[in-house]
Design a protein around this ligand. Structure first.
Ligand SMILES: [Zn+2]
Length: 268
């Protein structure tokens, strides 16, 4: 690729009436602005221009990588050999819920899929592919579905406003809302209603993961993997347990039998 770029540039240069040796042409080419990332096999270029709005991110990355090596000199070399995470995290894309940071885990510890409002549905090939790879290949032991209070996706699904394309995605949460509409309508406070739907939406995703043929097959062949529901409070930085811990088809059946009124009142 370098040769092609150089040749093209040299042709352009000589076509303009210059007839210098290749050495001199190459020397002048050093001042010709060529795409800095060519060829891609050279790997990443060193820096953005210093006034680029993202240059600070590369600087922070360099500082971070150095600090990691200072603590563990072969950390990245070991990571390059492969990953063996024990946890699959299915969470919201919200920037305030970064799984590794809130769990105090390092790169390599968590396999992750995040989307708007941590929705797991059996039509999402992206999410299902992540689950299948995590269970069948990585053999994760724990799958965590994590909702979070203050979720914009859940709040949007509670309302009637239209947001365009994302309305299709929010329909999944609106369906959950409809399943539990009586209990939700009984809650007078809007924030409380939103917090309840955050929990119900996470519960539904837990059930949908557990109901998937991927988990069914894993349990049937005796693989130990469980599905747990958590909720994160962005006001405190704390994770809480939602009471859904499913590690077998029997557990799944028990949780599926729980009626909506029981979820709101705690009474059968
Ligand atoms: Zn969210």
């Amino acid at each position: 690729m370098t040769d092609i770029v150089d040749t093209l540039a040299i042709r352009k240069y000589t076509a303009a009436g210059h007839h210098e040796s290749h050495y001199h042409v190459a020397e002048k080419l050093a001042h010709v602005h060529l795409a800095p990332r060519q060829p891609v096999t050279y790997g990443p270029s060193g820096r953005f221009e210093h006034d680029h709005p993202l240059s600070n991110l590369l600087h922070k990355n360099e500082t971070w990588a150095k600090s990691v090596v200072d603590c563990s000199c072969d950390f990245f070399e070991r990571g390059a050999l492969g990953q063996r995470p024990e946890v699959l995290w299915l969470g919201c894309a919200d920037s305030r819920v970064p799984e590794c940071e809130i769990l105090q885990l390092a790169p390599g510890d968590v396999f992750t899929h995040r989307n708007i409002a941590n929705v797991v549905v059996n039509t999402d090939l992206n999410c299902l592919s992540v689950i299948q790879y995590a269970v069948d290949v990585l053999k994760v032991k724990h799958i965590i579905v994590c909702g979070h209070y203050g979720c914009g996706g859940v709040a949007a699904a509670l309302g009637e406003h239209s947001y365009g394309l994302i309305d299709h995605w929010l329909l999944n949460i609106k369906n959950v809302k409809q399943q539990h509409i009586k209990g939700l309508d009984d809650l007078a406070d809007e924030e409380e209603k939103c917090r309840a739907l955050v929990e119900l939406n996470a519960r539904q995703s837990v059930l949908n993961v557990a109901k998937s043929p991927i988990l069914r097959a894993a349990w049937e062949r005796g693989q130990e993997v469980d599905v747990t529901g958590l909720v994160y409070d962005i006001k405190t930085g704390l994770l809480g347990e939602l009471g859904y811990h499913i590690s077998s088809l029997t557990d799944l059946a028990d949780h599926e039998e729980t009626g909506s009124s029981v979820l709101f009142t705690g009474k059968p």
